[in-house]
Design a binder for this molecule. Structure first.
Ligand code: COS
Length: 382
């Protein structure tokens, strides 16, 4: 298929592909086993300017769009979802500043983010506020020129490793979703520490950690947008980033498919390579159909987002659901095609299947996505 990518987009894809093949694939198993954060790979991505893709030129970035970001995420995800999660979560954490930050905030943070000098994390989820994002309990109280933060964030990707955190906290608990506000908190601020590091089923190279705020004082200038706008900041951030989760699904599915296809041509049973059997061919054909459909969807929605479309809630949710449910099916069937070998750690597909599961859960479960799509369908203007 030709998706009519520009020369520059193809160049970006090839750079990401080269890093994925040469630097990520050889170490993914070890990173997974040791639950080791991929700092060396992050440095390689920074050196190749891949953190600057989605940052506007005036703030030190390359000024590219969602499509380019998705292409990089797809390539990294073919090799390792733990690595691509680290990279994509950096964009997730940056969106609140990018979409709602003041010029001063953008000048202060975006150039370092573009250079890959400071990694970012997004802090919304709490122990009792997962799907019910408006149920957060962390508070931010204005005292003079400072906000004082108290509370604990849970399961924060890039937690502990990131330098900059965009945090959603309640400035008025009585107002529900309309009482939330968004803030920038820097690592090292007194009163801000890290709790438990999670041990996970998959994406084990990525860091998932608690953020603990105990009387953490930040300058009042660190509020993003206005008091009471935190929920909107969070929702718009997720609208922008969920397509990236779709791109992760696309990448891991392609990676698993490539492995299964290669294996099916080499593995001989009953005197023939197993790809000559229709049962196997049909499984591979179904995988190819779904992967191509997901790519067509993601690239066209990315282009739609980059056309400065105003309301992308429904489209972003659609890409996330479609591509990540597809990724779970394809990675599972890749293991099936490879049989006993697929189940062994010697081959990467068992890791891909473990890794893929989170895509149906994080950044809003696929059940929540269906709610979001359903709500959009009930709107009169749609
Ligand atoms: N863009 C702009 N505004 C939005 C919005 C969006 N995508 N989604 C909701 N809003 C607005 C609503 O219009 C509403 O505004 P008003 O109070 O002015 O009417 C407000 O936000 C509250 O919306 P709603 O009543 O729909 O909120 P709910 O508490 O019912 O929650 C869901 C909505 C479930 C969609 C939200 O909580 C959600 O996305 N949950 C999943 C969170 C998630 O992704 N977690 C993963 C961790 S973060 S990596």
């Amino acid at each position: 298929m030709d998706y009519f990518l520009s020369e520059e987009q193809i160049m970006t894809r090839d750079i990401a592909r080269q890093i994925a093949e040469e630097k990520v694939a050889p170490v993914r198993r070890e990173l997974d086993e040791k639950e080791e954060f991929p700092w060396e790979i992050m440095k390689a991505l920074a050196q190749s300017d891949l953190f600057s893709i989605f940052i506007p030129e005036e703030y030190g970035g390359l000024g590219k769009g969602t499509l380019e970001l998705c292409i990089v995420i797809e390539e990294l995800s073919k090799a390792c979802l733990g690595v691509s999660t680290t990279y994509a979560a950096n964009a997730l954490g940056t969106y609140p500043i990018l979409l709602f930050g003041t010029d001063e905030q953008k000048k202060k943070y975006l150039p370092d983010i573009a250079a890959g000098k400071r990694l970012v994390a997004f802090g919304l989820t709490e122990a009792n506020a997962g799907s019910d994002a408006a149920g957060i309990q962390t508070t931010a109280k204005l005292e003079g020129n400072e906000y004082v933060l108290n509370g604990t964030k849970q399961w924060i990707t890039n937690g502990g490793e990131a330098e900059v955190y965009t945090i959603i906290a309640m400035t008025d608990k009585n107002k529900g979703a309309r009482g939330a506000s968004a803030f920038i908190v820097e690592k090292g601020t007194p009163g801000f520490t890290f709790g438990k590091k999670e041990e996970k089923m998959g994406i084990r190279a990525s860091s998932t950690r608690e953020l603990v705020f105990e009387g953490c004082r930040i300058p009042k200038e660190n509020i993003i947008a206005k008091e009471g706008m935190g929920f909107i900041v969070a929702m718009k951030t997720l609208d922008s980033s969920r397509i990236g989760v779709g791109a992760q699904g696309l990448g891991v599915a392609q990676g698993a498919f490539d492995e299964a296809l290669k294996f099916s041509k080499q593995r001989v049973q009953f005197g023939h390579p197993i790809i000559s059997f229709q049962a196997v061919q049909h499984m591979l054909a179904d995988m190819a159909i779904e992967i191509e459909a997901a790519r067509a969807l993601i690239y066209s929605v990315a282009r739609y987002i980059d056309s400065r479309a105003k309301d992308i809630t429904r489209e972003s949710a659609i890409t996330k659901v479609f591509a990540t449910d597809m990724a779970m099916r394809v990675t599972t069937n890749a293991v099936q095609v490879m049989g006993g070998s697929g189940y062994m750690k010697e081959y990467p597909v068992e890791k891909m299947m473990r890794d893929a599961k989170i895509l149906q859960i994080y950044e809003g479960t696929n059940q929540i996505q269906r709610n979001v799509i359903g709500q959009a369908l009930t709107k009169k203007h749609r």
